[in-house]
Design a protein around this ligand. Structure first.
Ligand SMILES: Cc1cc2nc3c(=O)[nH]c(=O)nc-3n(C[C@H](O)[C@H](O)[C@H](O)COP(=O)(O)OP(=O)(O)OC[C@H]3O[C@@H](n4cnc5c(N)ncnc54)[C@H](O)[C@@H]3O)c2cc1C
Length: 228
């Protein structure tokens, strides 16, 4: 095969390969307020399915009133006694159906124009400092945990060649995980439409290896891309 792709690293090395798999993941957006870094995974979480069950019969705060924030809040009500949703804006941006479902759920309280200014605690969360952006009043809440759903950023800044991405920057793939760049595959959290959970990422990793093998077999036999 004479058809190679090049990868240049920050260290100045250059690699060439018949196939590249991009599996660079993504980053949950953070609030970037004092105390946050120390409590990530202790009392600050980014996945209700993963960590919600630990807070059975407790009170939690969800930051973010988009589709993820409201969907995850509804899910959390299966376990917790109360979910307080803090939304920066003056309205929720979740879908109307989600908003209506949340409004009917007695365990959910929504506070618009509110944001977190600080997390307090030492190993475990003791309180969060919340600002009412309307009045400027600052108060403290004492939830058992905080779930942050203010978006996810894909690790794609390094991509130089144009590869199709969606409006959020996640790499688009066909059903065989190949991107718009021939011989370039993407898998896991960086891929548009992936579920952003570890089990799926591992499964996709195994699947993409099989797809690459098929792609290489097709390339060697002169049939080009693996197709679907
Ligand atoms: C705090 C946190 C808690 C989570 N908890 C759970 C949980 O309980 N259950 C669950 O199912 N999922 C959880 N997840 C999600 C889960 O971790 C991901 O779905 C999974 O790790 C995605 O795998 P991935 O291989 O696609 O990406 P990642 O695991 O993110 O791996 C990407 C790797 O690529 C590296 N990288 C990034 N950019 C570059 C670059 N330019 N060059 C070279 N390397 C690069 C990164 O440093 C990283 O090592 C959690 C995620 C976070 C952030």
């Amino acid at each position: 095969m004479g058809d190679y792709r090049l990868v240049n690293t920050e260290a100045g090395d250059e690699y060439c390969a018949s196939v590249i798999i991009v599996a660079t993941g993504s980053r949950y957006r953070r609030l970037n307020v004092p105390g946050e870094d120390d409590l990530i995974n202790a009392s600050i979480h980014f996945c209700a399915t993963c960590d919600g069950p630990f807070y059975k019969d407790r009170e939690v705060v969800v930051v973010g009133g988009g589709n993820s924030g409201i969907e995850e809040s509804l899910f959390l009500t299966k376990f917790v006694n109360k979910v307080t949703v803090l939304e920066f804006g003056d309205q929720l941006c979740a879908s109307r159906v989600l908003q209506e479902t949340a409004a009917k759920n007695p365990k959910i309280e929504i506070r618009l124009r509110h944001t977190v200014r600080e997390f307090k605690g030492n190993g475990r969360l003791t309180s969060i400092v919340v600002e009412d952006l309307e009045s400027g009043n600052v108060s403290e809440l004492n939830p058992a945990a905080v779930f942050i759903f203010i978006g996810l950023d894909p690790n794609t800044a390094f991509l130089k060649d144009p590869i199709d991405i969606d409006k959020m920057g996640f790499i688009q793939t066909n059903p065989t995980f190949e991107t718009s760049g021939s011989g370039v595959f993407a898998t896991g959290d960086v891929r548009a439409g992936s579920t952003k959970e570890v089990a799926s990422a591992v499964g996709e990793g195994a699947t993409v290896a099989l797809m690459v093998r098929q792609y290489l077999e097709n390339s060697q036999s002169g049939r080009g891309s693996s197709g679907t």
